[in-house]
Design a protein around this ligand. Structure first.
Ligand code: ATP
Length: 431
């Protein structure tokens, strides 16, 4: 990995090349929100699809769901979020800036105005966005934008068991938006107020949680490899008991070497029967699982791997970002794994004012597009400029159609990482 990747390099590339823009930018922005441009949405989807394929489609013990973002307020009362989903908030009496106390470098010094001793007592700030459902705004219509996708899984556990009666262990997976009113959104998309999660709740026999936990550690490693993250940039950090959520008996935070420093990429937690137990208690409905062919019943325990899409995307960009020199000039390129690249092939005619070249190039373009979908037509500027642009967005192959193509059907294919060019029969590319 390129050790000196700076956050501003990633932010500037992301904006310049149409990956990620500030949310509501034309109106001065909205803090903690981001909009994905054409290439960003493609990269994000490729990451999410990879996850879905590996953790849902390729397995026979997993069930996907897509629950509503708005849920009955009882969900968040039972889960403990209404009372305890808080961060410690301090306000500076000098400049009135508000900060998250546990993320301050110096707990006594305001990072905004530099004064010390200006913070009073921290207060617990609840991070859920509150709203009302329906035309009457009263206590009974209160709802929240979900701060995690997990609860939409737990509330559907019984439905999935009743419809499919899966053997234990089995998992339910969900991808989708989550919202947290973070006190200080920062570090680009790393800490946003609206973001996306990919979560699995894996239901196990209470005595078998340890083996499932170990298996998840292995599966996570495989996924991180597929994202192209170098092993040495990820560290498993065992969370000590006093730092763990009260319901968790074991948690590993996976920390990645982001440009802003080592920070949480994803979490793996053993959540015991905390959530299903709460649902059972508050709803009055049984969450017990009966083992097939026996009278043994119990509330399953849960292992939860919880991935954040934005953090995965930032880790992917950080790992792929490269600078080198080509013909005496600085070059920036993204060495993305091919399966994640937003564009797989870029196709150009050598000269755009030669109709016979354009026509042939269009033909090759159409054939490649049919095969790969993510293929870009690029005839802007000279070939050198096109290569530059494609390098910056991580396109692995650039195909150029020239006069020789008209004679023998061969094209030039240029490799992003080595910049080497080879001549191949065009048909070989899309057969
Ligand atoms: P942090 O300590 O960084 O606030 P957390 O421990 O509260 O994170 P979890 O509640 O474990 O986060 O959420 C699971 C995953 O969701 C995180 O590992 C992360 O990938 C993602 N995530 C959480 N909060 C945010 C956020 N504000 N912006 C982007 N991703 C987030």
């Amino acid at each position: 990995m390129n050790k000196e990747v700076k956050l501003e390099d990633i932010v500037s590339l992301a904006k310049r090349r149409g990956f990620i823009y500030q949310g509501s930018e034309v109106y001065g922005g909205l803090s903690g929100t981001w909009d994905y441009g054409p290439l960003g949405v493609a990269l994000k989807r490729n990451i999410m699809n990879l996850w879905w394929q590996m953790f849902v489609e390729d397995r026979d013990d997993m069930y996907g769901v897509d629950a509503a973002i708005l849920m009955n307020q009882k969900v968040w009362q039972a889960s403990g979020h209404v009372d305890t989903f808080t961060d410690p908030l301090v306000e500076c009496s000098n400049c009135h800036a508000r900060h998250r106390q546990d993320k301050l470098e110096d707990a006594n010094k305001c990072p905004t105005c530099g004064q010390t001793g200006t913070f009073g007592e921290a207060r617990a700030f609840n991070m859920m966005f509150k709203t009302n459902v329906g035309p009457v705004a009263d206590e009974s219509s209160i709802s929240y934008l979900r701060p995690e996708t997990a609860q939409g899984i737990f509330t559907n556990y019984k439905n999935v068991v009743d419809s499919f009666y899966p053997d234990l262990p089995f998992g339910i997976a969900q991808q989708g938006k989550a919202f947290r009113n973070e006190i200080s959104p920062r570090d680009f998309v790393f800490r946003s107020r609206e973001f996306e999660q990919m979560e699995v709740e894996y239901f196990v026999h209470p005595e078998k949680w340890e083996e499932a936990f170990e298996q998840w550690r292995k599966d996570i490693e495989v996924f991180l490899d597929k994202l192209g993250l170098p092993r040495e940039s990820v560290e498993e950090v065992e969370v000590p008991e006093n730092d763990r959520a009260h319901y968790s008996k074991r948690t590993i935070d996976y920390e990645f070497a982001f440009p802003h420093g080592k920070d949480e990429l994803l979490g793996l937690a053993y959540r015991t029967d905390f959530d299903l137990g709460n649902i059972q208690r508050v709803s009055g409905k049984t969450m017990e699982y009966r083992v097939k062919g026996s009278d043994e019943t119990f509330v399953p325990h849960v292992i939860e791997p919880s991935f954040g899409v934005e953090r995965a995307l930032m880790a992917v960009l950080t790992s792929a970002y490269r600078e080198d020199e080509q013909n005496g000039e600085k070059r920036i390129y993204l060495a993305l794994p091919e399966h994640l690249a937003p564009v797989k092939y870029a196709v150009s005619p050598l000269l755009k004012n030669k109709p016979e070249l354009v026509e042939k190039a269009r033909e090759v373009y159409q054939m490649l597009k049919k095969k790969y979908g993510a293929v870009m037509w690029d005839d802007n500027g000279n070939i050198g400029k096109r290569y530059r642009r494609q390098d910056e967005i991580g396109t692995p192959h650039c195909v150029v159609i020239d006069f020789q193509t008209l004679e023998d059907g061969t094209v030039t294919v240029r490799d992003r990482d080595t910049t080497e060019q080879r001549r191949v029969e065009a048909t070989v590319l899309y057969q």
